[in-house]
Every structure is written in structure tokens, then in C-alpha cells.
Design a protein around this ligand. Structure first.
Ligand code: SF4
Length: 476
């Protein structure tokens, strides 16, 4: 400790030119910022310790603090700070630092490029859910639903070289229908990229688990039911081929393998998540779904509102009363320190927000690319975001141009597609052209971080939980 000196009250400012760093601390539940720099003789010196109002710091790795912060404390090199709204659901399973670093590079004039890619490698799915956002465009083609495997691997190599840090295999269809998905997961891991697989779970099998484990993939499974009959009904499976009980037994096996490999903190290394749509067909099982997910060993579950007019659902007054009572029960008796439950904060039949009231320009669509099966299996389409999924895939869009940035055949990068005149023209129409925005909170957070990094390069961002934080929030 002799190398560490706490400054006296009469000596609170470092000399001009002395660099300091802001260190977030929490002592006895109170958050404070310590200003640390090097003093005389190279000794570390604490120049000041100031209490932070407006929230509590959340300390830990990105996976460990997932779901626990709803804002960032942005500390500028001048020592001033401000609060930026946001939450970790926008970046899981990525790292906040990677996003800040990329936004900082763009603020310095470097070209935009994605730090995360949502990769829809297949438009095939064993389920046929009535509420599926993707079903209408998936069904416009009867063949060529799976991206060429060699192109998939080529793109992954390109992205690793181009600075992409996270690849989330999403849908479209179910990524587990792609026969070369295990290869893709291994390649991403070899190239230092984090991965996520968002799946219905229908095709989960124990043979896949070693690859998932080796890649430390964040697996997120859509449960939607606690009972097999409800699952079959919700997922439109007349053949009763994929019972939820079998899916959960594979997840249990993964939980055991994960613990054997990573020990008690396994959830921080490789989180496991579940989702469940809030639907009149499964309302009665809401608490049971949450309990089942917890008892299986998932780290969290997110109950989600069905968005948009196409699949709009309505609930009886009795169902709404039941749902509210179950949410209360879930909060008090199912959620806990080892099992987070995210409950919706928006109206159950919400059809969207007006994005321009929240942010000026769309950054989400270039910072987090969405790439899907394109006009044929040998081409991948770059679309702006999840809202425009299917625009690059569907065989035809009558009476209007497709809302997509361009296509990839392995010879062009996503960043080049984003920089094309077509993409620039399209980007300039967002967010007004969108009507609503499924990535509003991501855009709000990214825009504010980018502005701060532009105006005050070197600004640091620390996860914060504000007093008004909801117990659960919707996330991507
Ligand atoms: S909905 Fe529009 S504004 Fe929102 S992320 Fe997509 S393209 Fe951007």
C-alpha cells in the first residue's frame, strides 16, 4: 500500500497533463467514482472519490452482469459524467468494450462495419408456429432454403478478419436445420468470435452438445409451453415429433456437461437462455414454463410480447387477470439470484414505437448486421435489421423494391455493401421509413455512445442500474 496515496482535501486536482482514469467502486452499496493517476515517483494516486447519484454500478464480466443494468455511466476525460440509457440484452453474448471500441473507431472517421452479425443460415424449420414472424416469407420459396455451406464458412472467415466479434445464428428458419452449423460454430470459436444459437430446440440432440460446449455458445431455446400437448399445439406439430420434455432433457444434459467443464460459474462462461411467447394458447402455463426453465438449469427466461399486426393476439379479461397474477408469483417465487426472469414492460398487444421520437439515425443496421439466405443458396442477403428479415430471401416482393442493402457471394464484404450508394440511400430513409423500430433501445444506446465518443474521445462507459429499472425488460 505504500505505493498508493490518497490525496488530501486541499490537493484535489492533478497537475496539468497528468493522466487520470475513473475507477467505478461500490462500497457498502454506495457507488462512487475514484479518479486515479500517477503521482510523484510513479506512485498511484487517488485524486478524488465522488459519490455517483442516479444509480448503482454493476460489476462483473459481460455475461455475469447480463440483465442487471439498464444504463451506462459515461465518464468523459474532463471528469464530467452523464447517464446513457441501454441494457445488456442488446449485446449478449458480446462485450460492451467491443461495441464502444467500434463506435469510437467510426467516430474517428473509420468506415462503419458490423461488430455483430445475426446470421440466418436456414429458412427451414420443423415447427409451424401460428405467431411466427418469418413464416410468410419462408413459405414464398419451396426450395433453396439453406445457405450454401461453403459460402457460410467463407463469410465467417471474412467477418473474423474484419473485426466481427459475435455471430448469432438466428432465423429465418431454425439454424439447427443447417447441416454444417456445428462446423460453423467451431470455426467462429477458432477465430475468436463468440456465438449464439437461437433455436426452437426441436432438433437439439446430445450429439451436438460437445461442439456447442467447445465453442461456449450461448444457446437460447424457445419453450412456449410446459406441457407437450401445448407445445405441439403452439408449434403446429401434428406429428407430435418434438415434445418439450425431450428438448428439456437435452438441455439438462448440456447443463451437466457445462458444469463439469466450467465449474460453479459456468453460466457466466456460457449462458443458457429460454424464451416464451405470451399467447392465449399458453397463458395458463406461464408460471409452469418459468419454473420448468429454472429447474432445467437455464440461467434466464424472457417472456415476450407478440409484436406487429400480422400475428396480433387478443386476451380475454380472465386471461389478463391470470397473467398478472402469474407474473407476481414468478417474481416472488421463481426468479432469484441464479435465475433471471424478464417480463415485458410494454403492452401485451403493442404494435410498436415511433422511432424518430427516440433517435435521429439508424446505427443498429450497420453496427449489427443481419445476413440471411439470399435470392439463391449461393448468395447471402444483407438486410437492415430483424424487421426486414425475409426481404433478401423472398422470391418476389410485388409492386415495390426489396428493403435490403445488397447480396454477398464471398467476394464482397458486409462493410462494402453497407458503403454502397444503394445502402446509403436506404439508410438515409431510416428511421422515418420504418414506421416502428424493433431495435429502438439499441439505436438509442448506440447513438448516444457514438455522440459522446465523437464529442469527447476517450469517454468510458460503466454499467449502471438506475432506481427506476424495471424488474424485467424485453431484449433482442
Ligand atoms: S426498424 Fe428501421 S430504424 Fe429500426 S433498426 Fe431497423 S432499419 Fe433501423
Amino acid at each position: 500500500m505504500s505505493d498508493f496515496l490518497v490525496t488530501s482535501p486541499s490537493d484535489r486536482s492533478p497537475a496539468v497533463g497528468v493522466k487520470t482514469a475513473a475507477l467505478p467502486l461500490t462500497v457498502d452499496g454506495r457507488s462512487m467514482l475514484a479518479s486515479i493517476g500517477l503521482g510523484v515517483g510513479g506512485r498511484a494516486r487517488c485524486w478524488s472519490v465522488l459519490p455517483v447519484s442516479g444509480g448503482q454500478f454493476v460489476h462483473g464480466s459481460d455475461n455475469a452482469v447480463f440483465g442487471q443494468w439498464d444504463a451506462l455511466l459515461a465518464v468523459m476525460p474532463s471528469g464530467k459524467w452523464t447517464v446513457v440509457p441501454g441494457h445488456a440484452g442488446e449485446i449478449i453474448p458480446g462485450r460492451l468494450d467491443d461495441h464502444v471500441e467500434r463506435l469510437g473507431a467510426v467516430a474517428r472517421g473509420e468506415p462503419r462495419g458490423p461488430v455483430q452479425v445475426d446470421f440466418d443460415v436456414s429458412m427451414a424449420c420443423p415447427s409451424a408456429c401460428s405467431f411466427c414472424f418469418s413464416a410468410p416469407y419462408r413459405l414464398t420459396r419451396q426450395s433453396g432454403r439453406i445457405l450454401d455451406g461453403d459460402l457460410m464458412l467463407t463469410l465467417i472467415r471474412q467477418w473474423a478478419d474484419g473485426g466481427v466479434r459475435v455471430v448469432r445464428f438466428d432465423g429465418g428458419g431454425d439454424p439447427l436445420t443447417h447441416p454444417r452449423l456445428p462446423e460453423a460454430l467451431s470455426l467462429c470459436a477458432e477465430r475468436g468470435m463468440r456465438t449464439a444459437v437461437l433455436t426452437s430446440g426441436d432438433l437439439l440432440s446430445e450429439s451436438l452438445l460437445p461442439r456447442i460446449l467447445a465453442a461456449r455458445t450461448y444457446l437460447r431455446v424457445s419453450l412456449n409451453a410446459a406441457r407437450d400437448v401445448t407445445r405441439w399445439r403452439m408449434h403446429g406439430q401434428r406429428t407430435r415429433a418434438f415434445p418439450v420434455t425431450s428438448i428439456l432433457s437435452v438441455v439438462s444434459a448440456l447443463v451437466r456437461l457445462r458444469e463439469a467443464e466450467f465449474g460453479p460459474g459456468a453460466g457466466q462462461v456460457m449462458p443458457l437462455g429460454a424464451t416464451s411467447m405470451i399467447h392465449p394458447g399458453n397463458v395458463a402455463e406461464t408460471t409452469d414454463i418459468a419454473r420448468l426453465a429454472r429447474d432445467t438449469g437455464f440461467d434466464h427466461i424472457s417472456f415476450r410480447v407478440i409484436l406487429g399486426n400480422d400475428h396480433k393476439v387478443t386476451f380475454s379479461e380472465e386471461q389478463l387477470v391470470s397473467l398478472r397474477a402469474q407474473f407476481t408469483e414468478i417474481r416472488s417465487s421463481v426468479a432469484g439470484p441464479d435465475f433471471q426472469v424478464f417480463l415485458p414492460t410494454r403492452d401485451l398487444t403493442d404494435t410498436g414505437y415511433v422511432p424518430s421520437e427516440f433517435f435521429k439515425a439508424c446505427r443498429a443496421s450497420t453496427h449489427r448486421a443481419v445476413v440471411e439466405v439470399g435470392s439463391r443458396p449461393g448468395r447471402a442477403a444483407v438486410v437492415p435489421c430483424g424487421r426486414y428479415r425475409g426481404e433478401g430471401y423472398r422470391s418476389e416482393v410485388p409492386d415495390r423494391p426489396r428493403v435490403m442493402f445488397g447480396e454477398l457471394d464471398g467476394s464482397t464484404t458486409v462493410a462494402e455493401v453497407h458503403a454502397s450508394p444503394r445502402s446509403r440511400r436506404l439508410l438515409a430513409t431510416f428511421p422515418d421509413a420504418c414506421g416502428d423500430c424493433i431495435d429502438r433501445s439499441a439505436n438509442t444506446m448506440l447513438e448516444r455512445i457514438a455522440e459522446l465518443l465523437h464529442d469527447a474521445p476517450g469517454t468510458e462507459f460503466h454499467p449502471l442500474r438506475t432506481p427506476g429499472a424495471a424488474e424485467g425488460h424485453a431484449y433482442a
